[in-house]
Ligand binder design. Structure first.
Ligand SMILES: *Cc1c(COP(=O)(O)O)cnc(C)c1O
Length: 463
């Protein structure tokens, strides 16, 4: 309980509080002014003094020495200027962790983004002709080459890509989609709501678990301007199910003279079966199957910066480029530079080696066991045991990759997890069978040192 001061003591204490002028002359404060700027330093000092005066006026016993005041003011300065968005170590084993920023970027991608942000660039300038150019060209060639599509366009994210495509191709017209594909991706992306935003009219066909080509044909007979296929990114329908193949769906749509749009979500260019995962439809397969517009994210299985990519027939992509939403949703220069660098890894057949998420997917259980073993040895504690990693990010639902984790048994697991999150850098781990486990799959080699330092310190206080 704080002591209550007498009127006399209170006045005395108020007099003792240093003035702002006096504090400003102290060497610490001179240094703060250089580091944080004068206005912010002044504000911190004033608020700290004000706070102490108020508490004194209420009769609380409050320290009045310059040292205590400085301590309080510095805590304010540190809190105000601490960056809010900071790197964390992802030890969860969820590779595309949506809450942890999805795909980490390759070295070449990061360099390209930094280079283009340092100074000016030819973002919208044609160096050959010395005239205004288009920012759209920067990702276009590579996307066309890799996907096999006639044209391509990059926007800010895939939700935006879907909104743009529907707005440009189907506003006020009917769009046919299977009931089993009226998906919600999370973070507020729901196909029916995006449709509403784009003013397209939703025509649902089939049932929750089964849709046949005839269902689509009936709806197309009644008139429609687009057939939409949405990939079941984050869930599975099992049991008595049926959906026509994309090839059949494309042929049907074309018979009625309307385009088939496929919202793929994950944007995979490699064969996931090579890594023991279920087959994820690739962009090039879906284009080859006859889809006229394909949309996908830049930061899911593509492993690049946040972006929404559209590839397909020149006629439809051309319409989207001219739509006002294309301007509202345009990708910025760092995104375009990063996208270009990430796509180049695929062109040069080095994606598995250079793109972090593919490197993580490709890690073998033996490699992972060795890493977990090494961690256990360095810490002098913990058990190495088999577990599962997941791809995450709304792709390959239910699919897991075998891994080995380091399992620790601290005295208070949830408090330990909290302490890990408060560490510098924060470490995100998970609870599995009453142990706190760390999956080496999603910890990048350059993060291991920091991870082990934090673990050594914390395990000492959580015996
Ligand atoms: C993830 C996903 C989206 C949304 O993509 P963002 O890049 O997060 O905007 C849309 N459609 C599908 C099928 C998805 O999987």
């Amino acid at each position: 309980m704080k002591l209550l001061l007498s009127e006399e003591e209170r006045r005395e204490a108020l007099r003792r509080l240093p003035s702002v002028q006096r504090l400003l002359a102290l060497p610490e404060v001179v240094e703060w002014i250089a580091r944080y700027g004068r206005p912010l330093t002044l504000q911190a000092l004033r608020e700290e003094l004000e706070d102490r005066r108020r508490r004194l006026a209420q009769g609380e016993e409050v320290a009045t020495g310059p040292e205590e005041v400085l301590q309080g003011a510095e805590a304010r300065l540190v809190a105000w200027t601490r960056p809010s968005l900071i790197p964390v170590i992802n030890a969860t084993g969820v590779i595309l962790h949506t809450n942890l920023g999805r795909a980490p970027l390759s070295r070449a991608t990061r360099l390209a983004m930094e280079r283009v942000s340092q100074g000016y660039s030819n973002l919208e300038y044609d160096l050959e002709r010395g005239k205004r150019g288009s920012r759209l060209v920067h990702a276009e060639d590579l996307l066309r080459r890799l996907s096999g599509a006639e044209a391509a366009l990059a926007v800010n994210n895939n939700a935006g890509a879907v909104l743009l495509a529907l707005s440009a191709l189907a506003a006020r017209r009917r769009v046919v989609i299977a009931r089993s594909q009226l998906i919600e991706i999370g973070g507020g992306f729901r196909i029916p709501e995006i449709m509403q935003q784009s003013r397209a009219r939703l025509v649902e066909v089939g049932t929750t678990n089964r849709v046949r080509l005839e269902d689509y044909a009936q709806a197309l007979e009644a008139g429609a301007s687009l057939v939409l296929y949405a990939h079941h990114s984050n869930f599975k329908i099992i049991g008595f199910t049926e959906e026509p193949s994309l090839t059949d769906l494309a042929a049907l749509a074309h018979r009625y003279g309307v385009p088939l749009m496929a919202d793929l979500g994950s944007g995979c260019f490699l064969n996931t079966e090579r890594y023991g995962l279920e087959h994820e439809p690739t962009v090039q397969e879906v284009v080859a199957a006859g889809a006229d517009v394909v949309t996908f994210s830049g930061d899911k299985l593509l492993g690049g910066p946040q972006a929404g990519l559209l590839v397909g027939r020149a006629e439809w992509i051309g319409r989207m480029k001219k739509h006002p939403l294309a301007r509202a949703l345009r990708a910025d220069k760092t995104c375009l530079a990063g996208l270009n660098a990430t796509l180049l890894h695929y062109l040069k057949d080095e994606a598995e080696r250079e793109i972090p998420i593919w490197r993580m997917i490709a890690l073998t259980p033996e490699q992972l066991r060795n890493t977990a073993q090494r961690w256990a040895e360095e810490l002098g504690k913990g058990e190495v045991r088999p577990s599962h990693s997941t791809v995450g990010g709304g792709s390959l639902p239910g699919e897991t990759l075998p891994t080995y984790v380091l399992a620790l048994r601290p005295s208070h697991p949830t408090r330990f997890l909290h302490a890990l999150r408060q560490a510098n850098p924060p470490i995100i781990a998970r609870l599995e069978e009453e142990a706190v486990v760390f999956d080496p799959r999603t910890v990048q080699p350059e993060e291991e040192g920091a991870l082990l330092v934090v673990l050594k310190n914390l395990t000492a206080s959580f015996r």
